[in-house]
Design a protein around this ligand. Structure first.
Ligand code: SF4
Length: 933
C-alpha cells in the first residue's frame, strides 16, 4: 500500500495518508471546513452536518469527518449549495441557542448586572458565557455567512435551570447544541460515561443518567467536558467574571508523578484558570487536582509570606537577613554527623540538586533523604540489581501499544488519574487487563482477571505466576538465553512456590493464578504497572524484584508496549532521586562510596566530600529521637504526617535542637520548627521536574513570588554562601541544570534551550541525543538482565486477638499526600474532606458499625477517630484509610518496621482493632463515591 494519497481539495493538490478522513487531510493541508461535533481526540461522529462537502463521482453531500479519504478524490468544501445547506442547519441550531453574544454591541463592555440591549431572556447567558470570543459556534456562524442573515425560525429558549450544585462546574444546558462532544469525551477519552443524551427529539438533552447530580454520577471532575464543549454549556465555576488572561504560561503539574503539562492563564499577578495543554503528550487531559486544584492554593491567604523565627514558643516575623544569618550560624556550630537535610519530591530538580550539594559540600554530610524513601525506595535496588536502572522502562503513551496491562499494587485511576485513563482506554480497544489488588479498585471493573490476593502476599503471587509460566512452557527461552543471566538459580527457587503454598498464602485458587499467568505470558507485548501497593512493605525490594523477574521471563522488556513501569508518587520524586537526594548517591546514581565518583564531584565542587553513605529518612528520625542528630533542614516535606508512627516522629522533631523548615504553608512539621523559611510555589519560579516516565519538563514562572517568599534553590544558596560554600552563586536555575548536565551522564544533553520545545526522556547523554523513550532495547543497562531467586517473607506485624484486623493505606483522587496543597482547595474538600475507615460489611456487622458511625482505630502505636464506610471494596479482615487528613492522622497507626534493603516502612500492613464510639455524621454522597467508584 502506498504511504501517501493525493486529493484535490478546492482545486489544490494535497497529500494525506491512507486511513485519514477527508476532514483530516483538509485540516493537515490548512483547508478550513466548518465543524461543531468533530474533535481530533474523538471518533468521527458526523452529527452536526457542518462539514458536508461535494466529492466528484460520489452521490449526496457526505460529511468530511466520516468519509475516508481516497487517492484521486476531487473535493469541494465551499460552494453556494453547501453554504446554503449549512446555513439552514445552523439556523435550527441558533433558533435554540441563546445567541445574544453573537449580536450584542456591548459585549466587550458588559459588566455583571448590566441590562442587556438586545434580548432580556438571554441577558445572563450572553455575559456569562465563558466561551464568548472563543466560541466555535461564532466562528462557524461567521464562516457560513450568518452575519447579516436573518434567522427565520422562531427563537425558543428552553428555560432549563442552571446546574450549580457541583464544586467546580456549573452547567447551562440551554446553551447546548447537542454536538455530543462532552458525552463522547467522557466515554471515549475518559472512559467514565457519566454524561449521556437523555430524552429524545426536541426534548433531547445532555446530562447525567437519571438527572443525578454530578457528585453521584461517577463524574471525576476532570474538566474534559469544559475544555471540549464548543459553546459554553459546561463552565468552570469561580472564574466566570475574571475575563481573559493577558498571557498563557505552559508548565508542569505540581501534584502527581504523571507530570501533565498545563497552561496557566494569567492576568496580572492572578492565575485565572488552568487547562491541560492540548499540544503536549497528555493531549489536553488532566485530573481534578491539576485542573481545579492549583489556583486556590497558590493564592491562598495562609501562604507564608515572610521568614518566621520562634521566640519563647511563638513564631515572629523576621527579615531574610536575620533568618538566614541565624540558620547559617546554627549550622556552623554542629559536627557533620549531627546534621541532616531533606530534599523534596515536590521541589524542582534544581532545588534538589542545590540542596544535596549544600549538604555534601558545605555541611559535609551524606545524611540526605526525602519522600522517595516512603514511596518508591525499593524500586531503585529492585530494578538496579535486575535491569541496571531503577526507573520506568517505557513511556506512558506506550501503553497504547500494549496488548495486555498488568496492574499490581496500584490504584491508578486515583493516584495517577491520567495514567489510569490510558489503562481504561486500552481496555476499550479490547486490550487485556489483569489487576492484582486486595481491594476492589475502580480498574477491577475493567479487568479480565482480578487477583484479589491477601495483603502483602505479592511475592507468592508473582513467583506463583512465574512457576505457572514455566510449567506451561510459556517462558521466552530465546530472550532468556540471549539477554539474561542467573536463570537456572531463579527457576530452582520456583520449587518453593508450589500450588498449595501459593493458594494458601495469596488466598487465590491456583487455577486463577494459572489463568492470569498464561494470559500474561501469551498476550504480548505486556506492560506491568506497579506503585506503592507493593513498595511500601518490609519486603518491597523483593516485590519489585519479582515483577522484574516476571517481565524478563516472558521477554517483556526493551520493546514497545512491554516493560516494567513504577508509577512514582510526587510530581518530581523521580527527579529528586536523579539529583542525588539520597544518602548513598551523588546525582545520577553515582555512589558516594565509589572513590572515582567522589573524586569527580570533589573536582567539580572544589572541596572534599564525605566518603560513606549517610542516614536514611527513618534513620534520621530515629537519630533525632535518640538525640544523636541535633539539627535538621527540611525542604518541602511534611514528615510529621507522612512518617509511620507519627507520634514518635513528632516527638523526634521536638527533640532536635534546631529544626528549619522551608515550605509554602505552616505545615504540621513547620509548626515544630525553630525557623520557617517561606518558599514560593511552582507557579512563581523557573525549573524542571522529571516525571515518572523519566521525562524532564519545564516549570515556568507565571507570577511573581507571593509576599516575600523565595525559590527554594535561592534560599539554600543564600545559606550556603553564608557558610562560605563555593559554587552557590547561580543567578538562574538554568545554570544549575547546566551544571547537572556536566556531572550526570543521563542528563548530559538536557538544557533549558532544548526543553523549550517539549520534554526530554533521560538518558539523554549529548546535546544532539533525542532522549530515550524505551530502556534496555538492545542490552540491559547493566549488560545482562539478572534473574534473582526469592523467598516469601510474611509482613512484620500480623493480626492477633487484640488487633484482629489489617490496616492498609490508600489515596483519594481528590486529595494529595498530607494535604499541604490540596486541603487548601475548597472544592476538593467538598468532594473528599475527611477520613474514612473503609471496612467490609462482615467485619462491620460483627462490631455493630454502620456507614457514618464514628469509629476509633487502634494499633500498637496509637489511635485515631474517623467515620466508618462500610463497603465491599475492602475484603473481610482488611480496613483501608488514606493519610491525607490531619484531623485523623492515619500514620499514628502504621508500622515503622522497614525493608532491610530499601529501608522503606511498612505502610501497607499493620494490625489494628476498630470500635464504635459515640457519634454519627451525615454521609456526603461523594464521600462514598470517592472511595467506591
Ligand atoms: Fe496533575 Fe497527576 Fe492529575 Fe496529571 S494526573 S493533572 S500530573 S495530578
Amino acid at each position: 500500500m502506498a504511504d501517501t494519497i493525493t486529493l484535490n481539495i478546492d482545486g489544490k493538490e494535497v497529500q494525506g495518508r491512507p486511513g485519514m478522513t477527508v476532514l483530516q487531510v483538509a485540516q493537515a493541508a490548512g483547508v478550513y471546513i466548518p465543524t461543531l461535533c468533530y474533535h481530533p481526540l474523538l471518533e468521527p461522529y458526523g452529527g452536526c452536518r457542518m462539514c458536508i462537502v461535494e466529492i466528484e463521482k460520489m452521490r449526496g453531500l457526505p460529511p468530511a469527518c466520516t468519509t475516508p479519504a481516497a487517492n484521486g478524490m476531487v473535493v469541494k468544501t465551499y460552494t453556494p449549495q453547501l453554504q446554503e445547506l449549512r446555513r439552514a442547519v445552523l439556523e435550527m441550531v441558533l433558533s435554540e441557542h441563546p445567541h445574544g453574544c453573537l449580536t450584542c454591541e456591548r459585549r466587550e463592555r458588559c459588566q455583571p448586572g448590566d441590562v442587556c440591549l438586545r434580548n432580556v431572556a438571554v441577558t445572563e447567558r450572553c455575559v456569562l458565557c465563558p466561551k464568548n470570543y472563543r466560541c466555535e459556534l461564532q466562528v462557524v456562524a461567521d464562516y457560513i455567512g450568518m452575519v447579516g442573515h436573518e434567522i427565520k425560525l422562531a427563537y425558543s429558549y428552553r428555560g432549563l435551570p442552571l446546574e450549580t450544585m457541583d464544586p467546580f462546574l456549573s452547567r447551562d444546558y440551554n446553551l447546548c447544541i447537542l454536538c455530543g462532544r462532552c458525552v463522547r469525551v467522557c466515554q471515549e477519552v475518559r472512559v467514565n460515561g457519566c454524561l449521556a443524551f437523555t430524552y429524545r427529539g426536541s426534548q433531547a438533552l445532555v446530562g447525567t443518567a437519571f438527572g443525578r447530580p454530578h457528585t453521584e454520577s461517577g463524574c471525576e471532575f476532570c474538566g474534559a467536558c469544559v475544555d471540549i464543549c464548543p459553546v459554553g454549556t459546561h463552565m468552570e465555576k469561580g472564574t466566570l467574571w475574571g475575563g481573559f488572561g493577558d498571557r498563557s504560561v505552559t508548565t508542569t503539574c505540581p501534584y502527581c508523578g504523571t507530570g501533565c503539562q498545563l497552561k496557566l492563564e494569567v492576568k496580572g499577578q492572578n492565575i485565572l484558570r488552568v487547562r491541560p495543554d492540548p499540544d503536549a503528550w497528555n493531549q489536553g487531559q488532566g485530573c481534578v487536582k491539576g485542573r481545579f486544584g492549583i489556583r486556590e492554593f497558590v493564592h491562598h491567604p495562609e501562604r507564608l509570606t515572610t521568614p518566621l523565627i520562634k521566640k519563647d514558643g511563638r513564631f515572629e516575623p523576621a527579615s531574610w537577613e536575620e533568618a538566614l544569618d541565624l540558620v547559617a550560624r546554627k549550622f556552623s556550630s554542629y559536627k557533620p554527623d549531627e546534621m541532616a537535610v531533606f530534599c523534596a519530591g515536590k521541589c524542582t530538580n534544581e532545588d534538589n540538586y542545590v540542596m544535596q550539594k549544600f549538604a555534601r559540600a558545605v555541611l559535609k554530610t551524606n545524611n540526605i533523604d526525602h519522600c522517595a524513601r516512603l514511596c518508591h525506595a525499593p524500586t531503585i535496588p529492585g530494578l538496579l540489581q535486575t535491569f541496571g536502572s531503577g526507573a520506568m522502562t517505557n513511556p506512558i503513551n506506550d501503553l497504547a501499544n500494549s496488548e495486555l496491562i498488568f496492574v499490581i499494587g496500584a490504584n491508578t485511576t486515583f493516584a495517577h488519574p491520567v495514567i489510569g485513563m490510558k489503562v481504561k482506554q486500552a481496555t476499550r480497544q479490547g486490550k487485556k487487563l489483569i489487576v492484582a489488588n486486595p481491594r476492589e479498585i475502580e480498574l477491577v471493573r475493567f479487568a479480565d482477571v482480578w487477583l484479589r490476593l491477601n495483603p502483602s502476599s505479592d511475592v507468592a503471587l508473582l513467583m506463583g505466576m512465574a512457576r505457572a509460566i514455566v510449567e506451561a512452557g510459556l517462558e521466552d527461552r530465546e530472550f532468556i538465553a540471549q539477554r539474561c543471566e542467573n536463570y537456572e538459580a531463579f527457576r530452582e527457587s520456583l520449587d518453593r512456590f508450589d500450588h498449595a503454598f501459593v493458594e494458601k498464602t495469596t488466598g487465590i485458587p491456583w487455577e486463577t493464578v494459572d489463568q492470569a499467568a498464561r494470559l500474561y505470558a501469551q498476550t504480548r507485548p505486556a506492560a506491568i504497572l506497579y506503585a506503592m501497593g507493593i513498595t511500601q512493605s518490609t519486603h518491597g525490594t523483593d516485590n519489585v524484584t519479582a515483577v522484574a523477574n516476571l517481565a524478563m521471563l516472558t521477554g517483556n522488556v526493551g520493546k514497545p508496549g512491554a516493560g516494567v513501569d513504577p508509577l512514582r508518587g510526587h510530581n518530581n520524586v523521580q527527579g529528586s532521586c536523579d539529583m542525588g537526594g539520597l544518602p548513598e548517591y551523588f546525582p545520577g546514581y553515582q555512589r558516594v562510596d565509589n572513590p572515582e565518583m567522589r573524586k569527580k564531584f570533589e573536582a567539580a565542587w572544589g572541596t572534599d566530600l564525605p566518603p560513606t553513605p549517610g542516614l536514611t529518612l527513618s534513620e534520621i528520625v530515629h537519630a533525632a529521637y535518640t538525640r544523636e542528630l541535633k539539627a535538621l533542614y527540611l525542604m518541602g516535606e511534611n514528615i510529621a504526617l507522612s512518617e509511620p508512627c507519627v507520634t514518635m516522629c513528632q516527638g523526634a522533631m521536638e527533640e532536635l535542637e534546631f529544626l528549619v523548615v522551608q515550605d509554602l504553608f505552616l505545615s504540621e512539621t513547620a509548626k515544630l520548627a525553630q525557623v520557617v523559611l517561606p518558599a514560593c510555589s511552582f507557579a512563581e519560579k523557573d525549573g524542571t521536574y522529571t516525571n515518572t516516565e523519566r521525562r524532564v519538563q519545564r516549570v515556568r514562572k507565571a507570577i511573581d513570588p507571593v509576599g516575600d517568599s523565595r525559590p527554594d534553590w535561592w534560599i539554600v544558596c543564600q545559606i550556603a554562601r553564608r557558610l562560605r560554600g563555593k559554587g552557590f552563586d547561580y543567578e538562574h536555575p538554568s545554570q544549575i541544570m547546566a551544571e547537572t548536565a556536566r556531572l550526570v551522564p543521563q542528563y548530559g544533553g538536557i538544557s533549558y534551550a532544548r526543553l523549550d520545545s517539549g520534554g526530554l526522556q533521560w538518558p539523554c547523554p549529548t546535546p544532539d541525543h533525542p532522549g530515550t523513550p524505551i530502556l534496555h532495547t538492545q542490552t540491559f543497562t547493566r549488560g545482562k538482565g539478572h534473574f534473582l531467586p526469592l523467598e516469601y517473607r510474611p509482613p512484620a506485624e500480623l493480626p492477633d486477638k487484640a488487633y484482629p484486623l489489617i490496616l492498609t493505606t490508600e489515596r483519594s483522587i481528590y486529595q494529595f499526600h498530607t494535604g499541604t496543597l490540596s486541603r487548601r482547595v475548597k472544592g476538593l474538600n467538598d468532594l473528599h474532606g475527611e477520613e474514612w475507615v473503609e471496612m467490609n460489611p462482615r467485619d462491620a456487622q460483627g462490631l455493630g458499625i454502620a456507614t457514618g458511625d464514628v469509629v476509633r482505630v487502634t494499633s500498637r502505636r496509637g489511635e485515631v477517630e474517623a467515620l466508618a464506610l462500610v463497603t465491599e471494596a475492602s475484603p473481610p479482615g482488611v480496613v483501608a484509610m488514606t493519610f491525607h487528613f490531619v484531623e485523623s492522622p492515619t500514620n499514628v497507626l502504621t508500622n515503622p518496621a522497614v525493608d532491610p534493603v530499601a529501608k522503606i516502612p511498612e505502610f501497607k500492613f499493620c494490625a489494628i482493632r476498630v470500635e464504635k464510639v459515640d457519634g454519627k455524621r451525615e454521609v456526603h454522597p461523594k464521600g462514598v463515591e470517592a472511595v467506591t467508584r
